[in-house]
Design a binder for this molecule. Structure first.
Ligand code: PXP
Length: 238
């Protein structure tokens, strides 16, 4: 079944708003796993405005299942990943000042760049994933980088879903099938939520993992974390 990795950046953002340790990011991560999530995702950004580099180091011993560190591969980010050795690193082409990730890799232009980083990560036993859109050229060239997985950038799906779910999912089904043919495993993330997740996972039954942050943490304001995780897991089980 598709794994649910919860992105906890928003919990860190809330903590950072007041400068203390409330909410406690480490406790929240442990609780999220105890409530049934399959993994934790963090996205350290250069200015540490969300999750901090030392949070990432402190989280490592708590996460025995799936720890995914995502981000733009600066020298400092890669040093952190090599120090922490998570189960998976997801490489994202977001500029430092971006509010959130807003595009996938151009895997033609950045092929050599990605190949070198991916080789280094794999040497250390870290599974690799790269964030991509559904453009077939980007998917085909992704496999030349030797990445283990691609993470499909689902914001365009989420935007179109309420108007035309069938049209929204089509490029993702094609991209996922193409990636699978290239021997790649498939992750997905960005703007997935309780409305659009079930439809997405039903159409891509071999989806390995989704990483979800913003909507899940917003839902937790109403349902609580435990109930929210059960609701998301239920969508993936359908
Ligand atoms: N995947 C990647 C690569 C991301 O950058 C993000 C947002 O940080 C997500 C998934 C999760 O997106 P959302 O917060 O919209 O669920």
């Amino acid at each position: 079944m598709t794994k649910l990795s919860v992105n906890i950046n928003k919990i860190a953002t809330l903590r950072n708003a007041r400068g203390g340790n409330l909410p406690d990011v480490l406790k929240a991560a442990g609780d999220i796993l105890n409530f049934g999530a399959d993994g934790i995702t963090v996205h350290p950004r250069p200015d540490e405005r969300h999750i901090r580099y030392d949070d990432v180091i402190n989280l490592k011993p708590l996460i025995k299942t799936e720890f995914n560190i995502e981000g733009y591969p600066t020298k400092r980010f890669l040093e952190l990943v090599l120090k922490v050795k998570p189960h998976q690193v997801t490489l994202v082409p977001d500029p430092p000042e971006a509010l959130t990730s807003n595009a996938g890799w151009d895997t033609v232009k950045y092929k050599t760049f990605l190949q070198e980083i991916i080789a280094q990560m794999k040497e250390e036993g870290i599974r690799t994933s790269i964030f991509v859109d559904t453009n077939p050229e980007n998917i085909i060239n992704a496999s030349d980088t030797n990445t283990d997985r691609v993470e499909l950038y689902t914001e365009p799906y989420a935007r179109m879903f309420s108007d035309d779910p069938q049209k929204a999912i089509e490029p993702y089904v094609e991209a996922a099938n193409l990636a699978r043919k290239q021997g790649l495993q498939i992750n997905a993330g960005h703007d997935l939520n309780l409305d659009n997740l079930e439809f997405f996972s039903k159409h891509i039954p071999f989806l390995a993992e989704v990483s979800i942050g913003h909507a899940l943490i917003c839902d937790a304001l109403y349902y609580g974390l435990e109930e929210t995780i059960a609701l998301y897991k239920d969508k993936l089980a359908k």
